[in-house]
Design a protein around this ligand. Structure first.
Ligand SMILES: Nc1ncnc2c1ncn2[C@@H]1O[C@H](COP(=O)(O)OP(=O)(O)OP(=O)(O)O)[C@@H](O)[C@H]1O
Ligand SMILES: [Mg+2]
Length: 505
């Protein structure tokens, strides 16, 4: 085996790796197929050439025979031969007929037919009488082909060959010959054509094979090897194909492959970086969970402090830390932050909304007014933690938007209301801020597509809120300003299905 290195690939592996093994060719190679096809096509072309040539060969044979016969007639003509005429020379007649391989020579005209020479013996006149008339002046290409094949397949007739009468005498010559002489000549001609065809097709096929091999098969093998090498070590820069620079379709394919390999390498690098980031996040999450757990233990001690202010705040701090711990644990457990379907619980909705508002810093804000319009007795059955996180995100956004308003005479307000549409809970979080910038609206719920101008925002809050709502079977949407009160800025609607509690009073 040749262990030559392909110049196009910087670092081909020498061992047969799994990727190469899996793609080892099973069927006949392209070169062998091309060779067989070329031979077949050349043979086909030769057959197409053979058909008219064999018909032509037959016509020529008949014309030659008639031309020879006319010479013989001239020799036998009394005017040429002398006063006695050769017609009376039986010896001369037989020699001429022998030479012509003919049975009879006739000169015919309007005046009648004169047999100039006839084979002696019993069958001489008999054979001549059986002869089929062949007028070479009336043949056309199609009849010639048809007659040629008839001769090849049968060829046992006797032919009386003649041409058109010569003007002005109306004289013409007939020669009677046995068809098998012609058939033998035609078979020999066919044999020669066959041998020639085989030789031509072998030479042509060889040349076509060599050129196609050089032009297509070798570059294709190179592409194939380049793909296998890249598949084995996509991260190795040396495994990328270096385009040969040829200007044809294969050159384009090489360039496409090179650019595809470069894209795949970039993607792999990005993916590796993301995996590294994921690992780092998991590590941070892990230690954050540990630190929060410690904070949780410490915060429980706040219970021991008798101060009523502390007593009011302490359980909330404990709950907040609890939430943070369980969120960290969920993220750690799944290795990624994908929201799972929550466990649903029945609880008083207004309480949860108040709690979220407090966490979002709305309840004790000195310039914003928070209104919880929900009936305190309304109980719902939804994923409590998910809804809390959705509300927290929306309220934080509302607070940031309202805090950014500096020149408003109207009071800055944020309202939450709830309604049922059938069994589905429809919660609305509305504020009197500036509304969502048009540029942000299109990609509002896509991660990292927040308002680039807003400081401190990551553009994740609404993407997370959407994922949380969907995990509970619901939706979240920005209510178009055309559908709500003009004085409002942003209005978000959260819909959670099957949230109605049957026995709720
Ligand atoms: N109530 C609102 N009023 C005005 N603009 C809003 C409101 N809510 C969201 N936005 C706009 O939508 C963008 C996306 O909000 P999102 O919560 O997804 O990200 P963020 O608030 O920028 O960052 P974070 O990940 O910290 O939440 C915000 O940057 C802001 O421009
Ligand atoms: Mg936000």
């Amino acid at each position: 085996m040749r262990a030559m290195r392909d110049p196009g690939i910087q670092n081909p592996g020498t061992a047969v790796t799994p990727a190469k093994k899996a793609l080892t060719r099973k069927g006949t190679g392209l070169s062998a197929k091309l060779l067989v096809l070329t031979i077949l096509f050349v043979m086909l072309a030769e057959v197409l050439i053979f058909v008219p040539s064999i018909a032509n060969f037959r016509n020529t044979w008949l014309q030659d025979r008639l031309a020879d016969a006319e010479l013989a007639v001239a020799a036998l003509d009394p005017a040429t031969y002398g006063t006695e005429g050769a017609a009376g020379d039986a010896m001369m007649q037989q020699v001429l007929l022998e030479t012509l391989q003919a049975h009879e020579l006739v000169v015919a005209s309007d005046a009648g037919r004169q047999v100039l020479a006839q084979r002696t013996g019993i069958d001489g006149p008999l054979v001549a009488n059986m002869a089929i008339d062949v007028d070479i002046s009336t043949s056309n290409p199609l009849t010639s082909i048809w007659d040629a094949f008839k001769t090849l397949l049968d060829g046992g007739n006797v032919l009386r060959i003649h041409g058109a009468p010569e003007p002005p005498t109306g004289r013409y010559v007939e020669v009677v010959v046995e068809e098998y002489y012609m058939r033998d000549a035609m078979l020999e001609f066919s044999r020669n054509i066959l041998i020639l065809s085989i030789v031509i097709s072998l030479i042509t096929a060889g040349l076509v094979y060599l050129s196609l091999n050089a032009l297509f098969v070798k570059p294709l093998r190179r592409l194939d090897q380049a793909m296998a090498t890249f598949a084995d070590a996509p991260e190795d820069p040396g495994s990328m194909i270096v385009p040969s620079g040829r200007g044809d379709e294969l050159g384009t394919a090489e360039q496409r492959l090179a650019s595809m390999q470069s894209d795949v390498r970039t993607m792999l690098t990005e993916r590796r970086r993301l995996a590294d980031v994921g690992l780092a996040v998991s590590k941070i999450n892990h230690d954050l969970r540990n630190l929060l757990s410690s904070a949780h233990l410490l915060s429980e001690r706040l219970d021991m402090i008798a101060d009523p202010h502390v007593q009011r705040i302490a359980p909330k701090i404990v709950r907040a830390i609890d939430r943070a711990v369980s969120f960290c644990e969920a993220a750690l457990a799944y290795g990624q932050v994908r929201e799972e379907a929550p466990d649903r619980a029945t609880f008083a909705l207004a309480g949860l909304v108040d709690e979220a508002a407090e966490f979002a810093g709305l309840t004790s804000h000195n310039s914003l007014h928070f209104t919880n319009e929900i009936d305190p007795a309304l109980a719902v059955r939804v994923g409590q933690e998910n809804l809390f996180r959705i509300l927290l995100n929306l309220m934080r956004n509302g607070r940031h938007a309202l805090e950014a308003v500096t020149d408003s005479d109207e009071p800055l307000r944020l309202m939450v209301s709830a309604d049922f549409i059938g069994d589905a809970l429809c919660l609305k979080v509305a504020d009197t801020g500036p509304g969502i910038p048009e540029t942000v609206q299109e990609r509002l719920f896509l991660p990292f597509h927040g308002d680039a101008g807003r400081r401190g925002g990551t553009g994740l809050g609404l993407a997370i809120a959407k994922e949380l709502a969907e995990a509970d079977g619901g939706t979240i949407r920005l209510v178009p300003s055309s559908e709500c009160d003009r004085t409002l800025g942003a209005v978000f609607a959260i819909t959670l299905p099957n949230a109605r509690v049957e026995d709720a009073g």
